[in-house]
Ligand binder design. Sequence first.
Ligand SMILES: Nc1ncnc2c1ncn2[C@@H]1O[C@H](COP(=O)(O)OP(=O)(O)OP(=O)(O)O)[C@@H](O)[C@H]1O
Length: 714
Amino acid sequence: MLVHLFRVGIRGGPVPGRSLPSFRFQNSSAVRSPDGRLGTSLLRAVSQLRSQLRAHLPQALPTLSRSPSAWCWGGGALLGSAVLYKHSRLCLVALCEAEEALPACPSPRVVESHFNWKLFWQFLRPHVLVLGAAIVLALGAALVNVQIPLLLGQLVEIVAKYTRDHVGSFVSESRKISTQLLALYGIQGLLTFGYLVLLSYIGERMAVDMRKALFSSLLRQDIAFFDAKKTGQLVSRLTTDVQEFKSSFKLVISQGLRSCTQVAGCLVSLSMLSTRLTLLLMIATPALMGVGTLMGSGLRKLSRQCQEQVARATGVADEALGNVRTVRAFAMEPREEERYRAELESCRCKAEELGTGIALFQGLSNIAFNCMVLGTLFVGGSLVAGQQLTGGDLMSFLVASQTVQRSMANLSVLFGQVVRGLSAGARVFEFMTLSPCIPLSGGCCIPKEHLRGSITFQNVSFSYPCRPGFEVLKDFTLTLPPGKIVALVGQSGGGKTTVASLLERFYDPTAGVVMLDGHDLRTLDPSWLRGQVVGFISQEPVLFGTTIMENIRFGKLEASDEEVYAAARAANAHEFISSFPQGYDTIVGERGTTLSGGQKQRVAIARALIKQPTVLILDEATSALDAESERVVQEALDRASTGRTVLVIAHRLSTVRAAHCIIVMANGQVWEAGTHEELLKKGGLYAELIRRQALDTPPTSGSPREKPRGSRNH
Ligand SMILES: Nc1ncnc2c1ncn2[C@@H]1O[C@H](COP(=O)(O)OP(=O)(O)OP(=O)(O)O)[C@@H](O)[C@H]1O
């Protein structure tokens, strides 16, 4: 049957987009037809089979969907061979293409953690029944796949018989097998649909559960944890890593199971069809795949370098676009363009190198698989000529062997995917098991009626966890009497903000104790402390990209509209908010960019005031503002300070003259303490700082810097 074709020569048709090598056999005694006639009707019959095969073959290899033209080739009875050639080649190419298609890695990972199987099981357990059903369906689809080549062989046998003898009715003879094939195609389609839907169900639910768990675990981590991590890295764990893990999980179950079953099933079929041909296949395929895998790993490395380069270029663009105001302010557009252009150039070089590598790989795999097809046909043809094998069996063998090769190539691609999936999973699970040193809640609360707001730092020493050898506070002792304003001044980097962070219990002291009304902060409930006792207003407040109303309510979720308005009034914010067309429903933009610095600060003050804090920390709250905004904000702060224990951190000494007590910090310790007048009289560090600032300040009388701040009269 097939031998007719081999005598007259066969050429693979052109494939737009992908070149297909041609092959021609002539004068081969091993493939000679007994009657020497050209089986034109066979060509027609097999061309029908080709379309059936078309439906059968591409479903396992996702790369094929990207190449619709892959099926545009002729070749009649050589269909099986061409398919064998074509898919095997594609499969090998997939070894490197699959890598090439990976999403760019957003950041390099230095330490790889281990995959936490126990945690994985916790996420999988609720879906274990559905998973079982998906596995059964996937195995069913694979087993059906094993049956199809055998039936195809039988159909070809009928076609060959009809071509040779022209006796009987082809339609009636082939009806049974065709119907069986149709039924198998239908069953296989249903099974495939079923297990893919179930896997998608499990994958999506697991991904949501994992994201929820990781997000809430991240939000609970210590501030020290965030000092050491990049936000982009954390966000990438929530997005890219979960996505990668989910895809790998689905792929391993769908393709892994199916490929393993198909390899095993088809190998049994093959050995039943022809032991000799099976041996040939079992030697050649792993050898070729070994070489392909070696080359593929080189290409993968190149592909990774490409991705890293793309990530670097993206980083440059991201930085420039994210900081466009700074770029514009420094007229640095040409420099940024140049930086991006240079990174893109490197991308291009690497991508071209990769392209050449892939081209070489494809060229070599063309040759290898052509030879393999030739070998199979040569040996198979001799067996047919020697009546040890029928043409139909050879056809079955070719299709089944193609399935084996495709499945094995799938498995090798899958191996890389499993490794990537496991490391993505390990990265996702890593932070879920971290427990913070300072819990979010737990501990006692001081009843409101007993809360006075007295703060004591007693012999506190502190180093930031990410810089353990560097002591920021050394034996630091300070008392903030209830209802009084204490100002912290001193050189930059002296540890003023650190004192505020310890008071918020963002960190615990390395030695000594911080107390509220005589209670060690470590014994108090941190969420009560931060949510109800301490209000914090920093130099550059960050607002959320939502309405003003919601931003103020962030300080007290259950606050009524009236409470929000009252807080806004106290913060001198009500007037400007009301002047906006949408009032309190105005969206403030990302991080509050649509508000001026002074407006943002006043919304932040309202947000701090709405919780009626007993202790208020003002960390250079007005230093970023112009004179007019500073005046309005300072007024609001003065009002807010009334009746509260206030810790003011300031660079501009003019803003703290009115404080009950001024603490001068140096080398992480209290250097001097007293009122403005006392310290001036003392003539120490404070007096020196005042003298220096007076020299720096322009002598304009009435300048806001020179005016004493605060409504208090001390
Ligand atoms: N999160 C951090 N991790 C590690 N070191 C830090 C951290 N924050 C501050 N430091 C270091 O601690 C020291 C004190 O910083 P801090 O911000 O408390 O000083 P400051 O007196 O408030 O300075 P400035 O007046 O300039 O704001 C500095 O040397 C600083 O580099």
